[in-house]
Design a protein around this ligand. Structure first.
Ligand SMILES: Nc1ncnc2c1ncn2[C@@H]1O[C@H](COP(=O)(O)OP(=O)(O)OP(=O)(O)O)[C@@H](O)[C@H]1O
Length: 338
């Protein structure tokens, strides 16, 4: 079997709050291959961005334990100059908010050219401009010659996100992380950006990590899905398997909280409570136990680990085998989103 593009083993990312360290990402292991899209889903505060920033090594003061390997390069222990070279060239990120990610004082064409220059010092000015125009075409910007010389504030939110995508793919990274790429955009623009990412997916041959709240987007774009809760992956499976056969109570609750157009959906499931803050996170036992109090405590493992319940389908904690929705009429509808 060919080697994975990205291999993460037992990653733990902790932030210092007052006098102690608290893990926002805890015991995360996963692999991603070239040309593969991994969707990461979970509620706000579940650690998705902390995971993405850990891979890019963009946390300044976090303590990172475990291992992140990108193409056999150990990112966890890479030096700052090495990381600067890796970012942009081997891995790149599309951020949530395109306005804050762009320099307001520089025309967008120059911002794309700057990224090219960082990793291709020998490119002539003319080559750079041609490449920028080609990239603007790739991200489907109309009148690229004109847009090249515009400032970010002169462009719409959707156009700005296209510029961010052009910057991210400028040096053909092998790993592309899109962290909620459509959150800051209105609904019609969201679908245009997702369509663009879908088209790019087949052209750039990168491994893509797509972080989103939107289970529909994951269903459409991802090959496999990791569901995160309170810093941990609670379920990981091929996308079809996960939607057909969700097992972890959190995955089932998430899927059942999404409206679908199929017949028989009487009422949406509400996941009681919220993801606890870092300092209040239970460090032992099943982290989801408090949100499914009707399930007997003995159903949970003392130290839940990911079990491979089927080839390639991993679930954390044994509580899934005893889980049911308190409203019995909802049982069996967990597969409703596809
Ligand atoms: N630099 C930091 N210092 C301290 N705590 C942090 C830091 N970054 C994130 N956290 C905490 O880590 C936890 C996970 O946050 P994270 O932003 O990764 O969640 P998320 O799943 O990406 O949420 P969202 O979907 O809202 O972006 C949260 O409790 C958050 O407050």
């Amino acid at each position: 079997m060919s080697k994975a593009l990205l291999e993460i083993k037992n990653l733990k990312t902790s932030f210092r709050i007052q006098d102690d360290y608290y893990a926002a990402v805890d015991d995360v292991s996963l692999t991603l291959n070239k040309n593969e899209v991994l969707g990461i889903v979970g509620e706000s505060g579940s650690g998705k961005s902390a995971l993405a920033f850990s891979i890019m090594r963009l946390h300044n003061r976090a303590k990172i334990e475990g291992q992140i390997m990108l193409n056999d390069i150990d990112i966890t222990n890479a030096s700052s100059p090495k990381l600067s070279k890796l970012r942009g060239e081997d891995m790149a990120m599309i951020f949530q908010d395109p306005l804050t990610a762009l320099n307001p004082l520089m025309v967008v064409g120059d911002q794309i050219a700057e990224t090219l220059l960082l990793h291709n010092k020998d490119m002539s000015k003319k080559q750079r401009r041609d490449k920028v125009i080609a990239l603007l075409n790739t991200v489907e910007i109309p009148r690229p010659e004109h847009v090249h010389d515009q400032f970010p504030h002169e462009l719409s939110g959707g156009m700005r996100q296209r510029i961010i995508i052009a910057i991210a793919i400028a040096n053909q990274p092998e790993l592309l992380i899109a962290d909620e790429p459509t959150t800051a955009l209105d609904v019609t623009i969201q679908s245009q950006i997702l369509d663009l990412l879908k088209n790019l997916k087949d052209d750039i041959h990168a491994g893509i990590i797509l972080i989103t709240h939107d289970l529909g987007v994951v269903a459409e774009m991802a090959d496999k899905v990791a569901v995160m809760y309170a810093g941990q992956i609670v379920e990981l499976a091929d996308v079809h398997e996960l939607y057909r056969n969700p097992m972890h109570p959190y995955t089932r609750s998430l899927l059942n909280s999404v409206p679908n157009t199929k017949e028989g959906q009487e009422k949406l499931h509400v996941i009681q409570g919220i993801v606890p803050s870092l300092q209040k996170l239970p460090r032992e036992g099943c982290r989801f136990a408090a949100r499914i109090p009707w399930i007997d405590g003995s159903a949970h493992e003392e130290n839940p680990v990911l079990h491979e319940v089927k080839p390639g389908h991993f679930v954390r904690c044994t509580c899934h085998s005893q889980f049911y929705f308190p409203d019995k009429s909802k049982e069996g509808q967990a597969n409703g989103v596809s």
